[in-house]
Design a protein around this ligand. Structure first.
Ligand SMILES: Cc1ncc(COP(=O)(O)O)c(C=O)c1O
Length: 373
């Protein structure tokens, strides 16, 4: 049987990793400024993370959500304290898309309405409602397109108000920082406007922090730069450093109804052991602070060449926008300089390094890019 061929592959086969370093099957060493697409939060194969997973696998790996699982409660407690939302409640699932799907569903249950406001250049995942709220027609099938979603421009509060004023909107979904759409940072003022508008018109404010959350921008969640509290916060990616896991944080206003949300694998023992160790490592090693500090080094010291139009983002969620196609630059970084990076569209190199990236590693990348331009 062959694989269903939907991914464009680089000719690299990683077999081992530690911290921000990856080795391929030929023994070549790479620096990872991509974090497997913002997934590696505490670094590859952190000894404490690996030990937590191995020890849990030897005790109990899985049972259903019909029994007590104290690890879920431990994670909820640690997460509430770490992110500053101890009064919210946690529902655990398996991925970013599923988290957004659950959030959209809860917004609709709560309001009894069925229309969603999303934003141009958004990405929320590939499941039914999440992909309908994603601004990329190439990945929205006719089956998904029947959802009622209206796209507004980021930072256009008047446009959002015009939609909400109709009174039929269940929720507004926005990324803390748009990732796939090109590291677009909504202004803090716009985020505050969104909060006020959702309150005024009775719509649920959903913050998709799947990519921008979990310490990546120097706050636990990117929206905390604006000092707002959304009604639902969605998570994925860095939450368990590569073990599949997702979740949503729900404000106290949501009613709990047995059976309303559910999933077989959500909150399983292995994901919980991984997620608990991630939070412990983040705190002990002050990784959120590190993300901010090293992000500032990158922003401050990246080359200012004519071909670079803009460098934007926060912490270790950065975009370097070029005035040309970046595919050859990304290839040269990977094959000649042995550095993994991401992209957004055709003209942006996207950096989503593990939060433990050191200043020296950041400067290795800066020198490498300088050498290529
Ligand atoms: C902002 C955002 N939301 C949702 C998702 C979907 O997450 P997953 O691929 O885990 O379903 C992604 C993935 O890239 C994302 O960047």
């Amino acid at each position: 049987m062959e694989l269903f061929d939907v991914y464009s592959l680089f000719d690299v086969t990683p077999v081992k990793a530690a911290g921000c370093t990856i080795w391929d099957d030929k023994g070549t060493e790479y620096l990872d400024l991509y974090g497997g697409h913002a997934v590696i939060s505490v670094g590859h194969c952190h000894p404490r993370y690996t030990a937590a997973l191995m020890s849990q696998a030897g005790r109990i790996g899985f049972y259903s959500n019909s029994v007590h699982n104290p690890l879920q409660e431990k994670l909820a407690h640690l997460l509430g304290e770490a992110c500053g939302y101890p009064h919210y409640r946690l529902f655990l699932d398996n991925s970013g898309a599923e988290s957004n799907e659950n959030a959209l569903k809860m917004a609709s249950f709560h309001t009894g309405k069925d229309r969603i406001v999303a934003f141009r250049k958004s990405f929320h995942g590939r499941t039914s409602g999440a992909v309908a709220a994603t601004d990329n027609p190439a990945i929205v099938s006719p089956f998904n397109a029947v959802h009622k979603v209206t796209f507004c421009n980021l930072d256009d509060a008047a446009g959002v108000e015009a939609e909400l004023a109709g009174g039929d909107v269940a929720g507004v979904i926005v990324e803390g920082i748009q990732g796939c759409g090109g590291i677009n940072v909504p202004s803090d003022g716009f985020m505050r406007d969104l909060r006020n508008l959702c309150t005024k018109y009775g719509a649920v404010l959903i913050l998709d922090e799947v990519q921008s959350g979990y310490g990546r921008t120097g706050h636990f969640f990117a929206h905390q730069w604006a000092g707002i509290e959304p009604d639902i916060i969605t998570m994925g990616k860095g939450i368990a450093n590569g073990f599949p896991c997702g979740g949503i944080l729900l404000s106290p206003m949501f009613e709990t109804v047995k059976g309303r949300l559910g999933t077989t694998f959500g909150g399983n023992y292995l994901a919980m052991a991984a997620a608990v160790s991630v939070l412990e490592i983040m705190q002990e090693e002050k990784l959120m602070e590190n993300a901010l500090k090293v992000g500032e080094i990158l922003k401050g010291e990246l080359p200012r060449k004519d071909c670079i139009e803009d460098i934007r983002g926060r912490g270790l969620m950065l975009g370097i926008e070029f005035n040309c196609d970046v595919a050859p630059i990304r290839k040269a970084l990977l094959y000649d300089k042995h550095i993994f990076t991401g992209v957004a569209g055709n003209n942006m190199i996207r950096l989503l390094a593990p939060l433990c990236l050191t200043a020296d590693e950041a400067r290795t990348f800066i020198d490498a890019l300088n050498g290529l331009l």
